[in-house]
Design a protein around this ligand. Structure first.
Ligand SMILES: [Zn+2]
Length: 243
């Protein structure tokens, strides 16, 4: 059962966070209360395989995800990134690490370099730090030997913050917007490119393009959460790559 596995993933995070208030429901105490933890388990993606946004970006390789970006999960992700709740990093890193592990298995045995999608200069100015880099670092720590983190990508100047843009605007904004900082560090490497939430897939697609052009041997994708796309015909929240 997916929810049982996820329950054990999340349970391990329980004692590591400072008491404050639950980011899911505001109840005083743990950063994520027992009830919200249970709600998170119910948001586990129903299929273990890779997912795709709709419409599917050209050349999309599939992306491993752990939770649906809904309800408590969405509140946690937003609180971590935009409400200064960095104490949620441990819970979110566990969700991300779970997806990274599955993505890394696609490339067979051997070490992987975990590269977070870069923040735009505008987002770094607004937040004062780079939450995705923190999250990737924590996930790598959880994954243990064989995984390393590399802040391998940067966004060119003049690129807007993706938040608030529609799909077409996101694609135009990100057209060849990323570059690899040190191509030697990614050349010939197996990489898992990570983000917190998969929405249109534009950010991951652009990052993957840049890494492959810089000579990466392989780039798989992993996110902690995926935005559900309702289908009027199937009722599935999103579709797997095999669809
Ligand atoms: Zn709660």
């Amino acid at each position: 059962m997916v929810s049982v596995r996820l329950g054990s993933v999340l349970a391990a995070a329980g004692d590591l966070v400072l008491p404050r208030s639950c980011a899911g429901c505001d109840r005083p105490g743990a950063a994520v209360c027992t009830g919200c933890r249970r709600a998170l388990c119910d948001l586990a993606v129903p299929t273990p395989g890779p997912v795709a946004p709709r419409p599917v970006p050209e050349g999309w390789p599939g992306c491993h995800a752990t939770l649906r970006y809904e309800g408590v999960a969405a509140r946690l992700a937003r609180a971590f990134k935009d409400e200064d709740r960095r104490d949620l990093g441990d819970v979110l890193a566990r969700l991300l690490a779970d997806a990274v592990r599955r993505a890394a298995q696609q490339g067979g045995p051997g070490g992987v370099l975990v590269v977070p999608v870069p923040s735009s200069p505008a987002a770094i100015r607004r937040r004062g730090d780079q939450p995705m880099l923190q999250l990737a670092g924590r996930a790598v720590h959880l994954l243990g030997p064989g995984a390393a983190v590399e802040a391998g990508l940067r966004v060119r100047r003049g690129t807007a913050d993706q938040a608030g843009l529609d799909r077409a605007a996101r694609l135009a904004n990100l057209d060849r917007a990323m570059t690899v900082r040190r191509p030697r560090r990614v050349h010939g490497r197996r990489i898992v490119l990570v983000d917190d939430v998969l929405t249109s897939g534009a950010t991951l697609t652009e990052g993957r393009r840049a890494l492959l052009e810089a000579g990466a041997a392989r780039v798989d994708l992993a996110v902690a959460m995926v935005t559900p796309r309702r289908s009027p015909t199937s009722g599935l929240p999103f579709r797997s790559r095999a669809d």
